[in-house]
Ligand binder design. Structure first.
Ligand code: ZN
Length: 321
């Protein structure tokens, strides 16, 4: 049985200062801070999750804030250049005004007939807002308490743009392993889409002459695709192996289960289950309000809390709605 081709589940990047990171994603972009936990593999670092009201898979951008003392990354081949969110077609002017009024420089363009606003977050991570009809069918829950009116809020991912030195091998993984289909090209951009289409179904590839990127503050760590359940994830695991790629065992990430495989172009791919989700250890009303730890780290809570950097945000602004 062939698994359903996965759309995007989340994007994880490395930020600098935790306060600046949370303030931007909550107060400028209007995402909800849905989870404050630690990097399971480095418990001295927070792991922040931002998304819609419930942190629905397909809406989450997540960060390891390494603080201002963290090693700066360098963008290059084998990295995600931009993460793009959907906005509704009537919201372009709202977002231009909102971003410009907050000092965010925007590069406006149109791509495959859709308006694109491109900008960077405080650490230089490339972001886009793309106005698309797909926004109208996004299965998300707007955040009623947020600073952005619900009908203007980001509506989950549109796409990611991956920069590689040669699109061929990466395209082969997208189409041959993950079931994506070539959809078209514009300029130096080649677009791949799931057969089902819809929100979060697009991966764009661009070639870059830059050297291999170096992971650090201001770079994207990995891109995660969705698996409906553990059985489907196991089928993707086999598909990576059949494609000749190394893939990890299934790892329990508390809010989902994950496998990881680095594609030949250098981008780290993850396939994560859509469940159990963020309400597994906090009520939906309370998401993000306390430091949550998986049960296997709970015994070390005191030591972990003492080592984490200072962070008391985000303070959600009143949007004046
Ligand atoms: Zn991940």
């Amino acid at each position: 049985m062939t698994p359903t081709t996965p759309g995007l589940h989340h994007v994880t990047a490395i930020a600098g200062d935790p306060d600046a990171n949370a303030d931007f994603y909550v107060n400028t972009l209007g995402l909800r801070f849905v989870k404050k936990t630690v990097n399971h593999d480095d418990t001295g670092t927070y792991h922040f999750y931002f998304g819609d009201e419930r942190g629905t898979p397909g809406t989450n951008i997540t960060f390891f804030p390494w603080t201002d003392r963290g090693r700066q990354g360098r963008f290059g081949a084998g990295q995600t250049r931009d993460a793009a969110y959907l906005i509704s077609p009537g919201s372009v002017d709202y977002w231009v005004d909102r971003l410009e009024s907050r000092g965010v420089g925007i590069d406006r363009s149109e791509r495959f007939g859709e308006p694109v606003l491109r900008f960077a977050d405080p650490d230089g991570i490339g972001l886009e807002l793309i106005a698309s009809e797909d926004a109208l069918e996004a299965d998300i829950r707007p955040w009623g308490e947020g600073p952005v009116p619900t009908d203007r809020q980001l509506r989950g991912f549109h796409s990611v743009t991956l920069a590689v030195d040669d699109v061929g091998p990466t395209a082969e993984v997208l189409t041959g392993v993950l079931g994506y289909e070539f959809q078209g090209e514009t300029g130096d951009r080649r677009r791949y889409r799931t057969p089902e289409g819809g929100p979060g179904s697009v991966v764009d590839l661009v070639e870059t002459d830059a050297d291999r990127g170096q992971m650090g503050v201001g770079t994207v760590h990995h891109v995660a695709y969705k698996a409906a359940d553990v059985e489907e994830q196991e089928r993707w695991r086999s598909a990576f192996q059949d494609g000749g790629l190394n893939v990890t065992q299934v790892i329990d990430r508390k809010y989902f289960r994950s496998i990881y495989s680095r594609e030949p172009g250098g981008v780290l791919f993850e396939v994560a289950t859509t469940g159990p989700g963020f309400a597994v250890d906090e009520d939906v009303d309370e998401l993000g309000s306390s430091l949550t730890l998986p049960e296997w780290l709970e015994d070390e809570r005191e030591r972990i809390e003492a080592q984490l950097p200072a962070f008391d945000g985000p303070n959600v602004e009143d949007g004046g709605k």
